[in-house]
Design a protein around this ligand. Structure first.
Ligand SMILES: [Zn+2]
Length: 81
């Protein structure tokens, strides 16, 4: 699963709220908001393959009932922390 696809599944519809420098890798860390509610729904760094979800918009599809953080470990598995 590629990172964008993963974001689609976990965050769903979204727009970029703002971009800051990632504290881990200095690449872009992107904050996303929901297009309808305008709530901040999560942040992600595609270089670190890091995602933190504040408000899962698609819990039934991805089986995540609440906020979580995740780091990609390899191409197939995701380690929820
Ligand atoms: Zn990073």
């Amino acid at each position: 699963m590629n990172f964008e696809r993963f974001l689609d599944l976990t965050l769903g519809p979204r727009y970029v709220l703002h971009v800051i420098e990632c504290s881990v890798c200095s690449f872009d860390e992107v904050y996303y908001s929901h297009p309808v509610t305008h709530k901040t729904i999560g942040r992600a760094c595609s270089n670190c393959q890091f995602l933190q979800v504040f408000e899962p918009s698609n819990p039934a599809k991805f089986h995540v009932p609440q906020a979580f953080s995740i780091h990609k470990q390899n191409s197939e598995t995701w380690d929820v922390v």
